[in-house]
Write a protein that binds this ligand. Structure first.
Ligand SMILES: Cc1cc2nc3c(=O)[nH]c(=O)nc-3n(C[C@H](O)[C@H](O)[C@H](O)COP(=O)(O)OP(=O)(O)OC[C@H]3O[C@@H](n4cnc5c(N)ncnc54)[C@H](O)[C@@H]3O)c2cc1C
Length: 467
């Protein structure tokens, strides 16, 4: 269910809110806000999935210069066949050059040439949503329907998706809470070997992990949403980390809930198989998690220190400008990488804060070492980028958890939720377990089996042997 409002409220009209002219906002937003119209965001095509820049739908200027003629197809568009307004990405020519660039257009289904090939494609989960295939044949779109700058569509798309990812944190937290409640109830009710399931340590471990993961994803959602609400301009790394973290923790939580319920969960009169099917899209949609990992690591490393700025601007554009990175090798950056002092108001958290500061310092040092070792080729070192991203994510989430706990410890008893103490315990448990994971990721930057991974995968890809 969250996907329908997510497509309609989050990615659908967001482009108009962020990039629309006053006239466009007046024209489109009131009916979208009232719910009278549904909206959709149409980026994906057969040849443009994770590689959003490879959109093939063509927008050719009309002979009278007043608009564009669109030809192409879009697939897997949520609400695509139901929406009254769609943000559609298409390629427009660049004046005075053979190049083309992606531009965002506002499209309505009454435009001649707009065709819904399929309104509801059959799919694994989220079956309440309508995922559509669309086709545009010589579809005329007036120039005033261009959203943002001509050729600026990729920026529109990526900014919109930055927003969209925050909603994953909220929807995953809601589902995780449902799972925790159900898993606890079942662990208390079901008796095997003369004991309730909850009396077994391996069940307790699952419950503790579930509580910690749920508290952590809620904390990071609050913090990231607050950052956006406060008008902080640059939150693309945080929303990417939030999305990867929440969707993967939820997947584990659903899996554990399933396990605790045993065979019961396998039957369709229970909600658990549906939860699994529905949650599976989370790690793929609005930026596949592995793509976001590599992206977050590269962009995040830009912030290791101000001196690196130029170098990482180059890394941010990995397919050009690589030469700038090579100047990096001989620089002395250690001075930039000291452990920060994490401020907390409540003394109970001082030790946690000190530990987090140390971990951040260690992380910075490891990132520097990595960059010295790989220099420009870091762009393609995805095994390492994933470790950097995963440790950075746990550091970010830890900071959000710590901050929330600090606030919770100052609440008067009357303002505390019924789960106050349990939530604090979950926060502490998350911080301890996250620190262990971070150390492991950092350790594996130098002690790993990467040298064996590539040849095995390559042998498989080349069809050698009987792998
Ligand atoms: C139910 C549903 C609803 C959707 N709704 C919309 C919508 O409303 N609007 C819209 O525009 N799109 C929508 N999509 C499309 C969705 O955004 C894409 O599926 C997603 O962007 C990934 O593209 P892809 O599926 O083509 O995967 P691909 O790009 O083919 O990637 C497949 C896998 O390859 C790996 N991979 C790819 N690139 C890299 C890389 N650089 N590094 C490492 N690994 C990589 C990842 O593991 C990835 O999961 C929807 C999809 C579904 C299933």
């Amino acid at each position: 269910m969250p996907i329908i409002p997510s497509a309609h409220e989050s990615i659908g009209p967001r482009a108009i809110v962020l990039f629309g002219t006053p006239e466009q906002k007046r024209q489109w937003l009131p009916k979208l806000a009232s719910g009278e119209w549904l909206s959709a965001f149409a980026l994906t095509e057969p040849e443009a999935g994770s590689d959003a820049g490879n959109v093939q739908t063509a927008a050719t200027p009309s002979p009278d210069g007043r608009g564009f003629v669109l030809n192409g197809e879009k697939r897997w568009i949520t609400n695509g066949g139901l929406a009254k307004v769609l943000t559609v990405m298409a390629r427009t020519p660049v004046e005075g050059s053979p190049d083309t660039r992606v531009t965002a257009f506002m499209v309505t289904p009454d435009m001649p040439g707009f065709e819904v090939v399929e309104t509801r494609m059959e799919k694994c989960g989220v079956r309440g949503t309508a995922t559509s295939r669309l086709k545009f044949t010589n579809m005329y779109v007036p120039r005033e329907n261009v959203l943002g700058k001509l050729g600026g569509g990729l920026r529109v798309a990526l900014t919109v998706l930055d927003f969209g990812r925050t909603t994953f944190g909220a929807s995953c937290t809601g589902t995780a809470k449902f799972c925790v409640e159900r898993a606890v109830a079942h662990a208390n009710r079901r008796v095997q070997f003369g004991q309730t399931l909850g009396s077994f340590e391996l069940v307790k471990q699952k419950l503790a992990d579930m509580a910690a993961g749920t508290f952590a994803m809620e904390s990071v959602t609050y913090q990231t949403a607050a950052m956006i609400d406060a008008g902080e301009g640059d939150y693309m790394i945080e929303t990417a980390m939030l999305k990867v973290f929440s969707t993967e923790v939820l997947w584990q939580i659903i899996n554990d809930t399933f396990q605790i319920h045993g065979g019961l969960a396998y039957f369709t009169d229970q909600p658990y198989e549906r939860l699994l099917r529905d949650a599976r899209i989370n790690t793929i949609g609005e930026g596949a998690n592995d793509v976001l990992r590599a992206f977050a690591a590269l962009v995040g490393m830009r912030d290791v220190g101000l001196e690196l700025k130029g170098i990482f601007e180059a890394i941010l554009h990995p397919w050009g400008n690589l030469g700038r990175i090579t100047g990096f090798a001989g620089r002395k950056l250690s001075s930039l990488l000291t452990s920060p002092k994490i401020e907390v108001e409540h003394d109970d958290l001082a030790e946690n804060a000190a530990r987090l500061g140390q971990l951040i310092g260690t992380f910075g040092g490891q990132v520097e070492r990595l960059l010295r070792r790989y220099r420009e080729s870091i762009v393609d070192r995805q095994y390492q980028l994933a470790r950097v991203a995963d440790s950075a994510t746990e550091l970010y989430v830890s900071a959000c958890v710590l901050r929330r706990m600090d606030q919770m410890l100052h609440l008067a008893p009357a303002d505390q939720t019924p789960h106050h103490d349990r939530d604090l315990a979950a926060g502490r448990y998350y911080l301890r377990t996250a620190a262990r994971r971070i150390k492991r990721y950092l350790y594996e930057l130098s002690d790993n089996v990467d040298a064996d991974t590539t040849p095995l995968a390559d042998a498989m890809l080349e069809g050698k042997g009987k792998v």
